[in-house]
Write a protein that binds this ligand. Structure first.
Ligand code: SF4
Ligand code: SF4
Length: 110
């Protein structure tokens, strides 16, 4: 199977928590664990500018929704993110995908 990475363009993340909920439902994850966890950075003033970002970070439980992807579907979090700031990218296309995004991007490869 092709290797994939989860790319998160958190500049557009609204902090809605839908990725957490959809991941939990898809994988039946208990309430005290997370497949992906939203982190809030700030508000904080740094070098005269305000920083306030939401950054979702997948955990070790994330398998990039292997079963869904094998069926031709998007990962649950990618499918449900209303801000469309998440995408599943083949690793060989990762540098091109990163170049097309802004400066606030994280990527996760399990
Ligand atoms: S679903 Fe999308 S917009 Fe909402 S918290 Fe997750 S990454 Fe951010
Ligand atoms: S890719 Fe699947 S397992 Fe990974 S965080 Fe998203 S919903 Fe959870």
């Amino acid at each position: 199977m092709k290797e994939f990475a989860l790319l998160i363009d958190y500049k557009y993340c609204t902090g809605c928590h839908v990725c957490e909920v959809s991941c939990r439902k898809e994988h039946d994850i208990p309430l005290d664990e997370w497949g992906i966890k939203l982190n809030e950075l700030g508000p904080a003033k740094m070098q005269g500018r305000w920083l306030w970002d939401y950054v979702p970070i997948p955990s070790d439980l994330c398998d990039l929704c292997e079963e869904r992807v094998a069926e031709g579907k998007k990962p649950a979090c990618v499918h449900h993110c209303l801000a469309q700031c998440m995408e599943l990218v083949p690793v060989e296309e990762l540098s091109a995908a990163l170049a097309n995004r802004g400066s606030k991007v994280t990527c996760f490869i399990p």
